[in-house]
Design a protein around this ligand. Structure first.
Ligand code: 9D3
Length: 248
């Protein structure tokens, strides 16, 4: 899979993506990453990528032509069948795991990162299939959003994570929050590691972890439980969690 990021801050994307899971996937050739800087596609001597908004108002708007020439270079750089162009913007559809799952089948994902007040609407209409957002808060540009997408999609590609981590990821994509984790020492500031985790009872541990996942989801993110069918066993575990909580 190939990621292409259209950005006036290419080093911001590359310097980050070379680390960790994404960096390893790039080195192993599982993913490709290229950056396309609209500034390299300007025609004037000042390399102008932005201009004043029609109608007035504060801020600047990214010009159509440097963006268009940059994205055309990205498109023509490989012969990909399944290509999607996504504009990262505060007006976009909120990114969810489900949205990202649908992207793993692509050959090329072109991510357009805006700066300033935004980009010329005609570029969005003619070149971008979708608009994606990180959520209802303000950041300064689309680069961090592009990095989030690259990281999250790369983790889904076959061979990127080890078998262990893949299996864990699968089980965690089923819409519940994670259970708590503990490592040595056994006591920290008077707080004991839960007994069951030291018991060696693997069925008991599995049951406890599922119960914690259910209970924490109910406490912290009840919205996640609304569109989720719990098994009879899960319902029992959650009821038991609620009773234990009351008795504390
Ligand atoms: C303060 C400027 N805002 C006026 C109400 C508009 C605005 C323009 C450009 C807000 C943010 C940005 C830059 N943001 C992104 O490019 C962006 C973003 C975001 O800000 N929030 C959540 N997801 C994303 S994805 C790209």
């Amino acid at each position: 899979m190939r990621f292409d990021v259209v950005t006036i801050f290419p080093e911001m994307v590359l310097d980050s993506a070379i680390n960790g899971v994404t960096g390893r996937a790039i080195k192993r050739g599982i993913v490709g990453l290229s950056v396309w800087n609209p500034r390299n596609y300007t025609a004037d001597k000042h390399k102008t990528v932005d201009d004043r908004p029609y109608g007035g108002g504060p801020g600047m708007v990214m010009k159509y032509q440097p963006l268009k020439d940059a994205i055309d270079s990205a498109r023509h750089s490989i012969d990909a069948e399944r290509v999607k162009v996504v504009y990262l913007s505060p007006q976009g559809k909120p990114i969810t795991q489900q949205l990202l799952n649908e992207s793993v089948a692509l050959d090329q994902l072109i991510l357009v990162a805006g700066r300033y007040e935004g980009i010329d609407e005609r570029f969005i209409e003619s070149e971008c299939q979708e608009e994606w957002s990180l959520g209802d808060f303000v950041i300064s540009g689309g680069e961090l959003a592009a990095l989030v997408v690259i990281d999250a999609v790369t983790r889904l590609l076959p061979g990127v994570l080890g078998d262990d981590e893949s299996a864990r990821q699968d089980s965690h994509m089923h819409g519940l929050l994670d259970c708590p984790h503990y490592t040595r020492p056994e006591v920290i500031a008077g707080k004991q590691v839960p007994d069951v985790l030291l018991s060696g009872n693997h069925k008991g541990i599995k049951r406890w972890r599922m119960q914690q996942s259910l209970g924490r989801t109910w406490l912290k993110r009840p919205d996640l439980l609304l569109d989720k069918e719990l098994t009879a066993e899960q319902q029992t575990l959650l009821e038991e969690f609620k009773i234990e909580l009351k008795n504390k």
